[in-house]
Write a protein that binds this ligand. Structure first.
Ligand SMILES: CC(C)(COP(=O)(O)OP(=O)(O)OC[C@H]1O[C@@H](n2cnc3c(N)ncnc32)[C@H](O)[C@@H]1OP(=O)(O)O)[C@@H](O)C(=O)NCCC(=O)NCCS
Length: 374
């Protein structure tokens, strides 16, 4: 292909993708000074003007002439806003890459640019699959990909290498026959208050108290699947994977915080929300910080969660019809939380809950139907 003559102009009327030109060097250089660009991409740091000159005037034209790397300049609001590219890599497929100047972010610009490029990849290029990858934690990138229909999100441990440091990597893909619309629910986690507690999303502030609560003897006894010894790293992983649950629509996990000082008192979650057959089911699970036990905190938290669980998705809830809850038979505190919230004991799995000493507890099964709650 010839550059720039053969670079197709793609537009949806708001965002235009065009061939790069020398005037893009300055704004590209400015964009790469941004901390997010440096954190999430493999650009050199410090990023010098020469890097931008080389990328815009040498690397990109060569990519079109030689094939294998096809990059477009993103024009938005009448000026250069970033770059989006396709890279070959597999037969009839390839990878997507992108970066946007900070001033243009969170206005749907990259979502539009991705849609245009996917149209071209599956149309003109005749590709079967486009793959997206991002360093784990790059939520803006993941959400833009999700909005365009990327699916099968997975985490590849240590797969990304950024300036010599390994990071977990997210990967997802879309094929030519798949709809370019969001797949599944991406739950936002509502903040609710009542009875002196606040349910809010978990975040980094909760790492230490999570580690304390999960290393506690009673938590370790009843939740025998918890890592032991339980470290700060485990707490960090716990919080990150709970954020991924919400993005995948598979679960919602709240910090139970003290309404007065926001201190973490425990955790309550809805999960198993993408059940193969019953999409209206969720399991409820929890643990409390040792400091907050014995004063009704968990019963109050579960009451708030039940209300949200049964509220329709369009009204800010989670559209559930049936909740299930499991407790080890001797765990009277946990059974109390279920009973205090109107759950019915529906059965008992015999010798079903492994303990760390090699023995097994019976597991009591509870459920609660939407029709039973006023
Ligand atoms: C990733 C990037 C290109 C996104 O561009 P953008 O034009 O802002 O993307 P869009 O507005 O189309 O979509 C981003 C979505 O993520 C959301 N978002 C932003 N930050 C978020 C966060 N921390 N958590 C969750 N969602 C977030 C936005 O609200 C938006 O969703 P919405 O439209 O439903 O509100 C831009 O942030 C960027 O250039 N980042 C630095 C470079 C980079 O990460 N490149 C990609 C490497 S894989």
């Amino acid at each position: 292909m010839r550059f720039p003559e053969d670079v197709p102009l793609l537009t949806d009327g708001v965002v235009t993708l065009r061939a790069h030109e020398p005037a893009d060097v300055e704004p590209a250089y400015a964009m790469c000074q941004d901390a997010e660009m440096q954190r999430w991409t493999t650009i050199p740091v410090p990023y010098e003007r020469e890097h931008a000159v080389n990328f815009v005037t040498v690397v990109i034209p060569a990519g079109w002439r030689d094939g294998g790397f096809w990059a477009w300049a993103i024009e938005y609001d009448g000026r250069f806003a970033g770059t989006i590219d396709l890279r070959g890599g597999e037969a009839k497929g390839g990878e997507l890459g992108f970066g946007l100047a900070p001033w243009a972010r969170n206005a749907g610009v990259m979502t539009r640019a991705i849609q245009l490029v996917l149209g071209h990849a599956f149309g003109e290029f005749g590709w079967h699959r486009v793959t997206w990858r991002a360093v784990s934690g790059n939520w803006a990138s993941r959400r833009a990909a999700w909005k365009c229909g990327f699916r099968r999100f997975q985490t590849l441990p240590d797969a990304a290498l950024i300036r010599g440091v390994r990071h977990d990597e997210w990967i997802a893909s879309i094929t030519s026959d798949e709809e370019r619309v969001p797949q599944g629910n991406w739950f936002t986690i509502p903040v609710v208050e009542g009875d002196g507690i606040r349910l809010r999303p978990l975040d980094e502030r909760d790492i230490d108290r999570t580690a304390e609560a999960c290393a506690d003897e009673r938590t370790q006894h009843w939740l025998s699947g918890m890592p032991a010894p339980y470290t700060r790293e485990h707490a960090k992983d716990f919080i990150e994977t709970r954020q991924e649950w919400a993005a995948a629509g598979s679960g919602v996990s709240w910090a139970i915080a003290d309404a007065a000082d926001d201190r973490l008192l425990g955790n309550v979650s809805l999960f198993e929300m993408t059940h193969r057959i019953d999409k209206t089911l969720a399991e409820i699970g929890y643990w409390g910080h040792p400091e907050a036990r014995g004063r009704g905190v968990m019963s109050a938290a579960v009451a708030l969660v039940i209300k949200l669980a049964f509220t329709p998705i369009e009204q800010g809830g989670f559209g559930r019809r049936r909740l299930v809850l499991f407790a080890n038979e001797p765990n009277s505190a946990s059974r109390h939380v279920a009973e205090a919230n109107g759950f019915t004991q529906i059965g008992m799995e015999r010798a079903a809950a492994p303990l760390r000493d090699g023995s097994y507890d019976n597991l009591v099964m509870f459920d609660l139907l939407k029709t039973e709650v006023r």
